[in-house]
Design a protein around this ligand. Structure first.
Ligand SMILES: Nc1ncnc2c1ncn2[C@@H]1O[C@H](COP(=O)(O)OP(=O)(O)OP(=O)(O)O)[C@@H](O)[C@H]1O
Ligand code: SF4
Ligand SMILES: [Mg+2]
Length: 337
């Protein structure tokens, strides 16, 4: 854990959705109410200017955590603090606008987040006006500056979103996110919909902007190679729980959790030419009725009886935090096998 005071702190973030059928159906079908825990006791810190990445399969709770981190979704329990201020407490107060300005989110599909009927210049100017950051001619000048900052030209501000490619539209979404001078940006699969070559250009742009503007990122991706490129610290999510949190080097050089190792075996590797990648084995369980004990146990190659009944508690080994009985007992490491 960094000695620096974190800009963002997520503490025991838990989100439970009520996914019950309507009342009448429940009565007729004699069904109980049903709840889905999309995030459970998720805890992490992000120091200023750093990137924390969340990685996990579809449905593991990445977007749910991202939305809680920007204040779009209220946690069922737990809290998010920004520079020591409780995000949800502050969002009720008169200082809410000041805090909202400091936090932005970029989504996977920029087309869905950009109003198709507005010119790009107006899309980018909107937060500048909403937060009263400039007026008159200064708004246009700031829009031009932002367009250039993301690699677009001044006259692109006159066009509509449909006139741009996917990569350019994501640049527009980034410019809009930057318009309020944020410090913290949640990036939810920002390049997953883009071709690989365009993807790396946008990732490079995001890294450059982070360096130049001192931005702090929560970076969400299902793609380990993207996470490896972007992150300082990485949290591996499984069924809404962080099963391993480590810095980039430790995670990739010495993964502790069997699920992390399974994800890595399934990821295409530049240094593994000719080697067939193993698929991620097994199905993700139904999150409404998760397995008892360790939620990963039905898929785990190291499962034993303890795993089937006892939930593993996170423990610290070096700078890595991991929740696994086998890791704690020191059994089943690949080199020991
Ligand atoms: N509003 C909601 N109501 C009920 N269940 C929800 C809601 N939003 C998400 N979920 C459920 O919560 C779990 C986590 O969803 P989430 O979208 O956070 O996963 P994700 O890791 O972002 O997945 P993906 O990689 O597909 O985007 C899933 O089981 C999902 O079906
Ligand atoms: S606790 Fe057991 S089942 Fe869960 S990941 Fe560790 S070894 Fe596998
Ligand atoms: Mg998602």
């Amino acid at each position: 854990m960094s000695e620096q005071t974190p800009l963002i702190r997520a503490e025991n973030l838990t989100c439970v959705f009520d996914v019950s059928k309507p009342w009448l159906n429940r009565v007729i079908e004699r069904r109980e109410r049903q709840f889905l825990t999309a995030a459970r006791n998720v805890t992490f810190d992000i120091p200023k200017g750093k990137t924390f990445a969340l990685v996990g399969e579809s449905g593991s709770g990445k977007s749910t955590i991202g939305k809680m981190a920007v204040g779009l979704l209220r946690p069922t329990s737990g809290k998010v603090t920004v520079d020591g201020t409780d995000l949800f407490g502050a969002l009720k107060a008169s200082s809410a606008s000041a805090l909202r300005r400091r936090i932005q989110m970029i989504f996977q599909s920029p087309y869905a987040s950009l109003n198709p009927r507005w010119r790009v210049g107006d899309i980018i100017a909107e937060p500048i006006r909403a937060f009263d950051l400039a007026s008159g001619d200064a708004v246009g000048a700031r829009v031009t500056e932002l367009l250039e900052q993301v690699g677009l030209a001044e006259n692109d501000g006159q066009k509509y979103p449909h006139e741009f490619s996917g990569g350019q539209r994501q640049r527009i979404a980034i410019a809009r996110a930057l318009a309020s001078n944020p410090e913290f940006i949640v990036c939810d699969e920002p390049t997953s919909a883009l071709d690989v070559s365009v993807q790396s250009q946008v990732l490079n742009l995001m890294k450059d902007l982070q360096r130049d503007l001192g931005l702090t990122y929560l970076f969400i991706s299902h793609d380990l190679s993207v996470v490896r490129y972007m992150a300082d610290q990485i949290g591996v999510l499984y069924l809404g729980q962080l099963v391993e949190t480590a810095n980039r080097e430790d995670l990739f050089n010495n993964p502790q959790h069997p699920y992390t190792r399974m994800l890595m075996d399934a990821a295409p590797r530049i240094d593994a030419f000719g080697r067939t990648a193993d698929a991620v084995k097994g199905e993700i369980p139904d999150p409404i009725t998760p397995p008892p004990g360790c939620p990963f146990h039905p898929r785990c190659p190291l499962v034993d009886n303890r795993c089937k009944t006892e939930v593993p508690k996170p423990f610290q080994t070096g700078e890595t935090n991991v929740a696994c009985h086998a890791a704690e007992e020191g059994r089943g490491r690949p080199e020991a096998a």
